[in-house]
Design a protein around this ligand. Structure first.
Ligand code: AMP
Length: 216
């Protein structure tokens, strides 16, 4: 069992790699972004509260996302947990350490996925996903075989995120550099950090991530 954080700017490929690890290693993906979108979709009070800040590209409060992670750590995860899009601030990183400790768990690796900004804009603005199975597509690099139909599950429920546009992306990137990138130093100091080239082919990125995970 290996618990890891996937760290990187929006569009670095964290979600895509997390889904592969779920399929291949019986790991459980804990994506605070997915949980928040789910809360909005199901119309909870918290979902309403976070919608404006999410659409703008800002970060929701530490208390909310820390609460979401705590609620979801009880899942049975034979292969371990993948923290995807969490932590995003130093306060969240401290809270994750504490909550893992309390549950008798530890963090094994932090994988930083490096991608330059120009590539992020291209990746994000063409991105869409299947609302049914979570498969990820892209207008230019990976369209569905049949327009409007998910290759993986046949659903026609394909969606684009409200914050996958250039204005929101600018703010998301700024938030990343200001508030999240200090975590690179934080985890380096803890001896947990590994960096992979997020611009490589998807299979090559997966192989690089696997190498980190298989290191004891
Ligand atoms: P993501 O799907 O990870 O790109 O997250 C989408 C949006 O959800 C972000 O732009 C934030 O508004 C919010 N969000 C997700 N995770 C966090 C987090 N750990 N801390 C604060 N806000 C978050």
């Amino acid at each position: 069992m290996v618990n890891i954080i996937l760290l990187g700017p929006p569009g670095a490929g964290k979600g895509t790699q997390a889904k592969r690890l779920v399929d291949e290693r019986q790991m459980v993906q804990l994506s605070t972004g997915d949980m928040l979108r789910e809360a909005r979709h199901s119309g909870t009070e918290m979902g309403h509260r976070v919608s404006e800040v999410m659409d703008r590209g800002g970060l929701v409060t530490d208390e909310i996302v820390i609460g979401l992670i705590e609620e979801n750590l009880h899942h049975d995860a034979p292969g371990g947990f993948i923290f995807d899009g969490f932590p995003r601030t130093l306060k969240q990183a401290d809270a994750l350490g504490a909550v893992l400790d309390r549950n008798g768990m530890s963090l094994d690796h932090v994988v930083e996925m490096q991608v330059d900004d120009a590539a992020l804009v291209a990746r994000i603005t063409g991105r869409y996903t299947c609302g049914n199975c979570g498969a990820v597509y892209h207008d230019a690099t990976k369209p569905t075989a049949k327009p409007g139909i998910c290759d993986a599950c046949g659903s026609s429920n394909l969606r684009r995120r409200a914050d996958d546009n250039e204005d929101a992306l600018k703010i998301r990137l700024m938030e990343y550099y200001k508030k999240t990138s200090p975590l690179i130093g934080y985890y380096y100091a803890l001896g947990k950090l590994d960096t992979v080239d997020g611009l490589a082919e998807m299979d090559a990125v997966a192989a690089a991530v696997a190498k980190v995970l298989d290191r004891t």
